[in-house]
Design a protein around this ligand. Structure first.
Ligand SMILES: [Zn+2]
Ligand SMILES: [Zn+2]
Length: 402
């Protein structure tokens, strides 16, 4: 091979675009990287995927989707940031096209033996408007962190802001990636998503959802240090050690602390199922260990336990369960009678109360219906107000020109 041919063969077909903030908790997501790569080539995301990526992916499932217009691909684009085949195929293709290495750090693949793929990534884009605004004000590159693409993460740990899912301009949600995706912008109407408004809910750092987001963020920052494959029984041993330390091996008691059904926790201990990432992060918080301890060859060191162990007395247990239901109902009523703050969605209500939406729906169907309706009315009213405002601005502009 002569020098010229050698030089050509060492050049990447697409720009050697560096991912943003790898080795930090704000590490970029693969979907964001694809959108930025398209932008760097003055292409739409749709053109990059159809013209550059699909031919080299040579995967029948992608070729079939592309032949049908690709809509289904974009509807399921959240899988790109996950741990499944799509994430792996796209990482390989992008590494080949850009000659950038370790792009799997932009996905959850480093935890592929540790957590299940199911319900890992959000189907809809979520963002912190305060982060976007700060980056724009500081002339930093606009992108979307991997952390924002996870279902288990509902809050920005820098600003405490509840991640947003609805565009303030068109009131629509959007997939993680679309043909016209541009980081920090709505792919439906093209509007900037970094507009900060006063009605964004701010979460206290003591709340469980904040602590879970913190633990996951800490783990993402460590992705580049994960170099060993963990043994199949490492997760079950890890959870069993946490249970032994915290409740003396009492799975039922630990399940109550975790607010999970005992058979579920039992399944994790016996290695039947893998725990979802939010449960793994919760376990770590309860027992004062870290997700990264799974990858350490050192024995586990438990730092602290910050939960009150429930009493083992059966009568008290029954009383507590009764009280918990009453307490939940009281909390739901309080949320419904709160007229000062933005009406919460049912999902957010369940998240704040640290219970599953299914539990709320089965115990309090009527209250849930009211919560859903109030939130729907609020969203509709907000959309109408924005539309009225836009109409007024247009009228004023037109009148001003006459
Ligand atoms: Zn933020
Ligand atoms: Zn929009």
């Amino acid at each position: 091979m002569d020098n010229f041919t050698e030089l050509l063969s060492s050049r990447s077909r697409l720009f050697h675009l560096k991912p943003i903030n790898v080795e930090t908790y704000l590490s970029e997501s693969l979907s964001s990287y694809i959108a930025r790569l398209a932008e760097a080539h003055c292409m739409t995301t749709g053109e990059l995927i159809a013209k550059e990526m699909t031919p080299i992916l040579k995967k029948p499932y992608l070729t079939n989707i592309a032949a049908n217009g690709g809509t289904r691909f974009y509807e399921n684009a959240s899988m790109l940031n996950g741990i499944g085949n799509a994430a792996r195929d796209f990482v390989e293709a992008l590494e080949e096209l850009t000659l950038c290495s370790d792009l799997h750090h932009l996905t959850m693949m480093p935890l592929s033996n540790v957590i299940p793929d199911r319900n890992l990534c959000r189907n809809k884009k979520a963002w912190c408007p305060f982060c976007l605004k700060e980056w724009k004000d500081n002339n930093q590159t606009i992108y979307e962190p991997l952390l924002w693409s996870l279902q288990a993460v509902s809050v920005c740990i820098d600003h405490g802001a509840l991640l947003q899912e609805y565009c303030r301009s068109c009131n629509q949600t959007m997939p993680i990636l679309e043909r016209r995706s541009k980081p920090g912008h709505c792919s439906k109407c093209g509007c900037w998503l970094g507009t900060t408004v006063s009605d964004v809910s701010i979460i206290n750092s003591d709340e469980l959802c904040y602590k879970i987001a913190q633990e996951i963020a800490k783990t993402i920052a460590e992705f580049p240090t994960i170099s060993i494959d963990i043994k199949p029984n490492a997760i079950s041993n890890f959870i069993e050690s946490c249970i032994n330390h915290t409740t003396g091996g009492n799975i039922a008691e630990y399940s109550r602390i975790l607010c999970k059904p005992k058979p579920t926790v039992w399944g994790w201990v016996k290695g039947k199922n893998l725990p979802p990432i939010e449960s793994l992060a919760h376990i770590c918080k309860i027992s004062g260990v870290s997700v990264m301890d799974l990858f350490s060859r050192e024995p586990l060191v438990f730092k602290e336990v910050f939960v009150n162990r429930p009493s083992s007395d059966e009568n008290q247990k029954q009383e507590r369960r009764k009280l918990d239901k009453e307490f939940l109902q009281q909390q739901l009523n309080d949320i419904l009678s709160d007229v000062e703050n933005t009406p919460l969605s049912l999902k957010e209500t369940a998240r704040r109360l640290d219970v599953d939406t299914k539990i709320l729906k089965s115990y309090y169907p009527e209250l849930c219906e009211v919560i859903i309706q109030k939130n729907r009315d609020y969203q509709r009213q907000q959309a109408e107000e924005r539309l009225d405002l836009a109409k007024k601005e247009i009228t004023q502009t037109v009148l001003g020109r006459l």
